[in-house]
Structures are given as C-alpha cells and as structure tokens.
Design a protein around this ligand. Structure first.
Ligand code: ATP
Length: 374
C-alpha cells in the first residue's frame, strides 16, 4: 500500500477465556480509506472494531493510530468516533441538540457549535429538520442524525458498526450511495463492520475478510471477487462454482485441473501456484460460464487457447430461476457436478431462450477459473 498507514494493527489477538475471537491479525488502513471489515456472524470483526475504538483491550499485539500506540489510551482520548448499529440518539432532544451534544460536552463555544452543527446537518442532508425530535424522523433520517453527531466532532477515523443493517432494503441501497458520498466529501477515514458482502463491495476502497478470528484476505472489492485467495473467500464473496480436483502443471502459471465430477478437465492459464499432483479447488463464477444450445449430434464448441477437449462439457438444465435482470440456471454437467450459470436478460428477442431439461454445452475461458490451494 503506497499511502501512509493511519491505523496499524500489529499481531492483535483478543481472547475471551480460552477462545480467540480475533487471532493474530495484522493489517494497515491508510488515511482517507473507506475500509470494510467483512465476515460471517461471530468472525470477530466487531471485536476488532471495538479494539480500535478502545472499548476492548487486545490480549496480544498493538494498535497504532497515526504512529501512536493506543495501549492505555481511553476511547474518548482517541482520534476516533463510533456510530453504533442501533444508532443511539437521545429521544427527548431535537436533531440540532443531538448533534451539538458532543461539542457542548467538550465546551465548544456556542457560536462555533452552531456553525459546526449546521455544517454537519447540511452534509447529511438534514438541514431544515433541526427542530424535529427523533420520533418525528424516518429510520434513514435517524441514521443520518447519528452520522452527523459523529462527524461534527471531526474525528480522524469514523468507526461504523453495521451502519445500515437496521434499514429496509430500499433505503439501505439509497443510504449506501449517500454514505459513500459523505465519506468522499469529508475525506475522513471510515472503518465499517458488515456481514453484508454487497454493502462492503459497493462502499469500500478495500475490504478485510475474516473467518473465525483469522484474517483471510485484504484486497480491493474487485480483487476479492476476481482473485479470491481461498475457498472461503470465493464462496463468501458472491456466488461461485467450486470443483475439487488434481493439478497437472503445464508451464509456469498454466495448469490442467482434473475433477472427478466434471467430464472435461479445466485448463487455467494464469495464477497457478501449486505443483503437479496437488489437490486444489477450481472456482468459476456463474456469469463466466458460457451456455449454448446442444442440438442432437452437434459438435462441442471450441474454446480458444485451451488444449482440445478441455473447458467444455455437456449438460442438462435442471432448474431455472428468473430474477428479472438475470436468470440463474442449474445444470447437471456430465460427470455429476451441478453447475450454476448466470445470464443477463438482455435483448431477449435476439435469441432463443433456454428451457427446463434442455441439453446444453457449458464452456469457459482459461482466464475465468481461479485455482485455490485451500
Ligand atoms: P456479528 O456480526 O454477529 O456481530 P462479529 O463477527 O462481529 O459477529 P464478534 O462480535 O466480534 O463477532 O464476536 C466474535 C466472537 O467472540 C463471537 O463468538 C462472540 O460470541 C465472542 N465474544 C464477543 N464478545 C465477547 C465477550 N465479551 N465475552 C465472551 N465472548 C465474546
């Protein structure tokens, strides 16, 4: 990472009794990033966030913010502010008083307070609603009050714990854009915890994926999706077909994966690290599999750049799920694997659709699969 690390997490472990909720995590977060901690329930992401905030103390390792070791520094003395999942706001106070509260506690003079509150409310588009009480606001507006309350204190880092999870699906999507816009505007480093991979991919400049306390991978959203480092990440981020098989290395980086459940081998022309004989998983995204009609007696399509007979397999469509913008097909491939194929529903008049129980060919480019060692 080129930029300077604003937050440095060095070998941090958090134990509750014998149980390691966070297990030897090391990572850097740069100034100005929108960073997501992503993982299934119980993976330790909230515990890590709480350690950055100073609400939990690491059992081992250290956390530095702006080069300063945070050991022994209480939450209110750290250059961070946290927005909680329940976005606690004071029900008896007006919007403006809610936002001004922290500044009043700090003894910020009244005139400056008013300016900063107005600025924060404009930022979250709540200007005009200063006098309302929280029970006179929608869920999305209450969420913005909580954001304004945190931002008005001008923290170096804003920590967000599942900030959108209490909102309904439509509002969540809208708030995603707004949150990204706000972050862009204020330039404050955001660290967000979420179990929602769509949210993390849509918002974050980089994500850390965690599982059972362990850091699995840190990457940009597109690298996580295109180049997952493990089966766990491939499966957790989006939808994927995973085929277990044995590797035969051809030339450096190129290999054939022979899978017991697939009649044709999978040829891969990039990023292969294991040696011949290694057990691996080939991961192929459903939208990266081509599907073609298979008339009786017809020849298989040829795939450019692969040895004959690889990367194309016969199959029969067993299930069709129409999802509006796309359709997901489940295909029984020769060899026994059930393969998921996704196709966008564009220009339907141009081609004949696919039917239940229809014979098809499945084919994929040698660039499409990722070969995973674990
Ligand atoms: P969720 O999305 O469900 O909030 P999470 O990934 O944020 O999950 P954490 O809240 O960090 O997970 O918890 C990680 C693990 O540590 C869980 O198994 C949890 O039960 C455990 N844990 C968290 N806090 C404590 C505590 N104070 N005492 C004992 N165990 C705890």
């Amino acid at each position: 990472m080129a930029e300077k690390a604003l937050i440095r997490i060095e070998g941090v472990t958090k134990r509750f009794g014998q149980f390691a909720a966070v297990d030897d995590v090391t990572l850097d977060i740069a100034e100005g990033e929108f960073f997501a901690l992503l993982g299934p329930s119980g993976c330790g992401k909230t515990t890590l966030l709480r350690m950055i905030a100073g609400l939990e103390v690491p059992s081992e390792g250290r956390i530095l913010i702006d080069g300063e070791d945070m050991a022994g520094v209480p939450p209110n003395r750290r250059p961070v502010n946290m927005v909680f999942q329940s976005y606690a706001v004071f029900p008896h106070m007006s919007v403006a008083d809610n936002v001004a509260y922290g500044l009043r506690m700090e003894g910020v003079p009244k005139a400056e307070r008013a300016d900063r509150v107005a600025e924060a409310l404009a930022l979250v588009k709540l200007d005009g609603l200063e006098a309302r009480r929280p029970d006179q606001l929608s869920g999305g507006q209450r969420q913005r009050v909580a954001l304004a309350r945190a931002l008005v204190k001008r923290p170096r880092v804003l920590l967000l714990d599942e900030p959108l999870s209490a909102l309904d699906a439509k509002l969540r999507e809208q708030m995603r854009f707004e949150l990204a816009q706000i972050q862009d505007e204020v330039g404050v480093t955001f660290v967000m915890v979420t179990h929602d991979q769509d949210e993390a991919l849509a918002l974050a400049t980089r994500c850390a994926v965690m599982n059972r306390g362990l850091l699995q991978q840190v990457a940009t959203p597109d690298d996580l999706y295109e180049y997952p480092a493990s089966r766990f990440v491939a499966d957790f981020i989006g939808s994927v077909n995973l085929f277990e098989g044995e590797l035969a290395v051809d030339e450096p980086g190129h290999a054939m994966v022979t899978c017991p459940t697939l009649a044709a081998p999978i040829y891969v022309d990039h990023g292969v690290t294991g040696g011949t004989g290694t057990t691996v998983w080939a991961a192929i995204r459903p939208e990266k599999i081509e599907m073609l009609h298979r008339p009786e007696g017809g020849l298989p399509p040829t795939v450019a750049g692969v040895p004959a007979g690889s990367n194309v397999v016969a199959g029969i469509i067993r299930h069709i799920a129409y999802l509006g913008s796309e359709t997901v097909y489940e295909v029984d491939a020769e060899g026994g694997a059930r393969v998921k194929v996704l196709r966008p529903n564009v220009a339907r008049y141009e081609e004949r659709g696919f039917d239940w129980d229809e014979p098809v060919w499945l084919a994929w480019h040698p660039r499409s699969p990722a070969v995973l060692l674990s």
